[in-house]
Design a protein around this ligand. Structure first.
Ligand SMILES: Nc1ncnc2c1ncn2[C@@H]1O[C@H](COP(=O)(O)OP(=O)(O)OP(=O)(O)O)[C@@H](O)[C@H]1O
Length: 264
């Protein structure tokens, strides 16, 4: 039986549990630019992500996936709706409180890495740890462990521009994970990589997921999405489907191998 055939619908139908790490209710975001019609990017989204889940949000270009991810990470504010992270209601947080929350509880990776170009690889990874209150010794230990794990030992003193796209994304992943966040938000993390880089990112996401990392991955790539435990289809600012992939996904094994084969 194919993974698609074995998929079954649970998702939002199953509803949030006491263990939901992320929960959104009625999220709405409309972009208003003078002189143009308002764009209703997110139109009343209810969503929950359980602790340890790997959830992919997929859909066509312009569906509102990135906007949703930005709302979940506090990078943008909803016009209305509620948001809980780790049991705490966070939608009314000020910018400063969100910044602290993000440092400690949310890791984010973007399509174009967003590394600090004039800092070394080591400093890019250590900086968020230091900002979150780690001692220099702790930050260094965390950086060393992650860079070794991500195959970047020896690149500590390189500048981002000296690295390949795949290497830069691995640095971005190390930076996002250095504070052991409750949730990792990934917005098209392989969107600017070749097939080798894409496989690498998938393999690493799956590895961290297997160790319990909660992940929300935005992707328009169905093959990447099929590495997740659960796939949420987004269309025109709304969730139109929410499907659990049985026996697959990063955690339960099998799925990623299929995906990696698919990508050749
Ligand atoms: N800052 C902004 N100002 C105005 N409109 C915006 C802004 N950001 C996004 N939009 C619009 O909101 C809608 C949703 O965009 P969004 O980037 O969230 O979609 P997406 O599904 O992530 O698309 P893609 O896969 O192409 O990245 C689109 O119509 C987009 O043009």
């Amino acid at each position: 039986m194919s993974r698609e055939e074995s998929a079954h619908r649970t998702g939002s139908a199953a509803g949030p549990s006491a263990d939901s790490i992320l929960r959104a209710e009625g999220l709405v975001k409309t972009y208003r630019t003078e002189g143009t019609a308002p764009v209703e990017a997110v139109r009343g989204v209810d969503l929950h992500v359980e602790r340890g889940e790997f959830v992919a949000v997929t859909g066509p270009s312009g569906a509102g996936k990135s906007t949703l991810l930005h709302l979940l990470g506090g990078l943008d504010r909803p016009d209305s709706g509620s948001l809980w992270l780790d049991g705490r209601q966070v939608d009314a947080y000020s910018e400063a409180r969100w910044a602290v929350l993000r440092r400690k509880k949310i890791g984010i990776v973007f399509q174009f890495f967003n590394l600090v170009s004039n800092l070394t690889v080591a400093d890019n990874v250590e900086l968020p740890a230091l900002l979150a209150g780690s001692t220099p010794r702790q930050a260094r230990a965390g950086r060393e462990e992650l860079l070794a794990e991500l195959g970047l030992a020896g690149k500590e003193q390189s500048m981002p521009a000296e690295l390949s796209g795949g290497e830069q994304q691995r640095v971005a992943l190390a930076r996002a994970l250095v504070n052991t966040p409750s949730v990792l938000l990934a917005d098209e993390p392989a969107g600017s990589l070749d097939s080798k880089g894409t496989r690498e990112v998938l393999r690493l996401l799956s590895r961290f997921h297997q160790r319990g990392q909660t992940i929300v991955l935005v992707t328009h790539d169905a093959r990447m999405a099929s590495a997740a435990d659960r796939v949420i289809s987004f269309f025109d600012g709304q969730v139109v489907d929410d499907v659990a992939l049985q026996g697959g996904g990063g955690r339960r094994g099998g799925g990623v191998a299929d995906v990696l084969e698919l990508k050749g």
